[in-house]
Design a protein around this ligand. Structure first.
Ligand code: GDP
Length: 318
């Protein structure tokens, strides 16, 4: 197995996104200085011909596949065709081209929504494909399951060193703060911020507040990704999380504290709750010697600082 060294040619697919951005920061801080970057305008990963030509000419040795079409519960539920098509194409094109061009290793990033909606908690990696998926994000989950199966089977048939990680719900600097398409943390942060500025008596929260979610800071995910790229080479996917979760109601209380908004909460139960709970078992990752470092309250404060600094140039919704 070839080792990733500071001079290795590394392609971070999706380096402008939340996850790819964090992996790029982590690698640079550790001294990796041979990173290959392509914006979406330069390289459309859903186009096989473009992806093949890029891998043939650049020949990256290590590939972090962090590019994906992502969004919160509403975007997943309403833009279903885009989520399944784009994510399947990106995974298939990049895994095939990386293997064909002779890359040493590829790391694929999935999501905890690949597990059955009613999986027993905490969710072990072995729960994969044992039950029905959560309907609001089934198209995205199916594409991510296809991605991890690509990795597993390219390893089995070709001996290609492809590994897959399944992170829990992510948040952090660089997130999408668009209220329609974002995940819950940036949405609640922006709503609390707007309510505070306008002295609004209440802020809106989707659903009942009862669902439980586990949240991982994206810098912790980046750290785990680089760690696993160096240490892990098996076909079984590996969960990345923090090992505990909170209700959406508890989350919104924390967000309000960080933002400094003291008004009331209005729960809009016409909006979906999604899956009741999805907390990952992280025993396998811990046994390898990695654990998360950023507590939720600190991570929220860090994310809010980023939001305040970048309000004028926030990433537009796609
Ligand atoms: P999920 O983990 O795939 O369900 O994705 P989200 O991060 O979008 O939503 C997590 C939970 O937060 C769901 O139960 C949502 O109903 C709830 N939620 C509460 N308020 C909001 C909001 O303003 N935006 C989003 N996206 N979710 C919210």
């Amino acid at each position: 197995m070839a080792e990733m060294t500071l001079g290795s040619r590394i392609f971070v697919a999706g380096h402008n996104g939340l996850v790819g951005g964090a992996i790029t920061r982590n690698l640079r801080a550790a001294g990796y200085d041979n990173l290959i970057e392509r914006s979406r305008a330069e390289l459309d990963l859903t186009r096989q011909v473009e992806v093949e030509a890029f891998f043939e000419s650049e020949r990256p040795e290590f590939v972090f596949l962090a590019a994906a079409k992502v969004g919160g519960i509403h975007a997943n539920d309403t833009r279903r065709a885009e989520f399944i098509y784009q994510n399947m194409m990106i995974a298939a094109n990049v895994v095939e081209a990386a293997w064909r061009s002779g890359a040493n290793k590829l790391l694929f990033l999935g999501s905890s929504c690949i597990y059955p909606r009613m999986a027993s908690q905490p969710i072990f990696e072995s729960a994969l494909l044992t039950g029905e998926l959560e309907p609001t994000n089934e198209p995205y989950a199916i594409a991510k399951i296809a991605g991890l199966k690509l990795c597993e089977n390219y390893r089995r048939q070709y001996g290609f060193d492809a590994i897959s990680l399944m992170p829990t719900n992510l948040y952090g600097p660089g997130d999408n703060f668009d209220l329609e398409s974002s995940h819950v943390i940036p949405a609640l942060m922006r709503k609390a911020h707007n309510a505070k500025l306008s002295n609004a008596p209440a802020m809106g929260v989707w659903g009942t507040g009862a669902p439980r979610r586990e949240f991982l800071h994206v810098d912790d995910l980046a750290d785990a990704s680089v760690f696993l790229m160096q240490k892990y080479s098996e076909d079984a996917t590996i969960n990345v999380g923090v090992g505990h979760d909170v209700t959406i109601r508890e989350l919104v209380e924390l967000v309000r504290e960080v933002v400094g908004y003291e008004g009331a909460l209005e729960f809009d139960t016409s909006k979906p709750d999604g899956t009741p709970r999805k907390m990952l078992d992280i025993g396998r990752l811990q046994a390898l010697g990695w654990k998360p470092k950023i507590a939720l309250r600190d991570g929220l404060a860090d994310t809010y600082r980023w939001f305040l600094d970048n309000q004028d140039s926030l990433r537009a919704a796609e």
